[in-house]
Design a protein around this ligand. Structure first.
Ligand code: NAD
Length: 317
């Protein structure tokens, strides 16, 4: 097999919809040289790896195959997408219990082979699973990254871009806190071209319509549920979000991303994994950015932390 790119190996634990969509996106971007799909359903992993690799004549060489947990040993990044999504009528705590049991097995199998790589968590409830991975292993806290609200932040930027009729890449705004119902939009810092929304709207002959922005946030917060109601799952935009995180690691980009990280005294929040903007590079989380939140945002952020901590506590972690 011809190796290229940076020689980076990524193991994806869970070759379901999220894992394979991510693998497809990673393949197209030619970011890594080796992608290994690990799934308890070996046939599924093999079938997905075959399907992906038969497209390689159209792409740059990448080694894509099905493997097992021993592939974590020389992986630079291990991405965990194994586990269930929330079913209708299932509470967050019930899902947490289900995936916590699974995560005990998955994390112990990964750590048998590697505790030095970057561990990127995706399984929901995301912040609880990221904390679980840290607590059940000896990984350094800078190496355990949750995909967090990178996706929610992208949804917010997309919807704001549509509303303001501007390229979403020029919209800068963050969703912080839990990847879930208690997440928090940081409106006080949202800006286009470095101009806060309150001043930007009048420049474009638009009123600063708080109601419209509140509606946009509700759409962002409920996007996952709405997509799942229509098609049963979310996979494309999370696949792209994961690709962006991996790109920042592999290319040592120092990109600022709202990943879920272990927090210590962040606006009074301690000992929990939650999303805040952080600089991500080849070492993992290089620096957590201390956002100047307004009073209401800070209060909402603390409530979000309490919601996640309550689940952690119920799980006994
Ligand atoms: P899926 O059912 O399609 O895939 C899950 C896969 O995990 C299955 O192939 C299953 O065989 C595999 N698996 C189960 N136990 C395993 C084990 N011990 N080792 C290896 N593989 C195992 O589900 P999906 O749609 O891919 O979603 C996966 C997870 O990602 C869910 O928890 C979902 O809620 C979450 N998710 C997170 C985000 C986010 O933003 N963080 C977005 C979308 C989905």
């Amino acid at each position: 097999m011809i190796k290229k790119n940076s020689g980076t190996k990524v193991a994806i634990i869970g070759a379901g919809f999220v894992g394979t969509t991510f693998a497809y996106s990673l393949l197209i971007r030619s970011l890594v040289s080796e992608i290994v799909l690990v799934d308890s359903d070996k046939d599924r992993a093999e079938g997905e790896a075959m399907d992906l690799s038969y497209g390689l004549p159209f792409l740059e060489p990448v080694d894509v195959r099905a493997g097992d947990y021993s592939d974590c040993e020389d992986s630079d990044i291990v991405v965990v997408t194994a586990g269930s999504a929330r079913k209708s009528g299932q509470s967050r705590l019930e899902l947490a219990k289900e995936n916590f049991t699974l995560m005990r097995e998955v994390i112990s199998k990964i750590t048998e082979y590697n505790e030095k790589c970057i561990l990127l968590m995706v399984t929901n409830p995301l912040d609880v699973m990221t904390y679980t991975a840290l607590k059940l292993s000896d990984f350094s806290k800078t190496k355990v990254i949750g995909s967090g609200t990178v996706l929610d932040t992208a949804r917010l930027r997309f919807l704001l871009g549509e509303y303001l009729q501007v390229d979403s890449r020029n919209v800068h705004s963050y969703i912080i806190g839990e990847h879930g119902d208690s997440e928090v939009p940081v409106w006080s810092l949202a800006n286009v071209a470095g101009i806060r929304l309150k001043e930007y709207c009048p420049l474009c002959s638009m009123p600063y319509d708080k109601g419209a922005f509140d509606d946009i946030f509700v759409k962002v917060r409920d996007a996952g549920k709405e997509i799942i109601r229509r098609k049963g799952r979310t996979n494309y935009s999370i696949g792209l979000s994961l690709t962006k995180i991996v790109e920042s690691i592999v290319r040592n980009e120092n990109s600022i991303l709202t990943v879920s990280c272990y927090l210590e005294n962040y606006h009074g929040v301690d000992d929990v994994c939650l999303s805040v903007p952080a600089i991500v590079n080849r070492d993992g989380i290089k620096k957590i950015i201390d956002l100047p939140l307004d009073e209401k945002e800070e209060e909402a952020f603390r409530k979000s932390a309490d919601a996640v901590k309550e689940i952690n506590k119920s799980l006994g972690i």
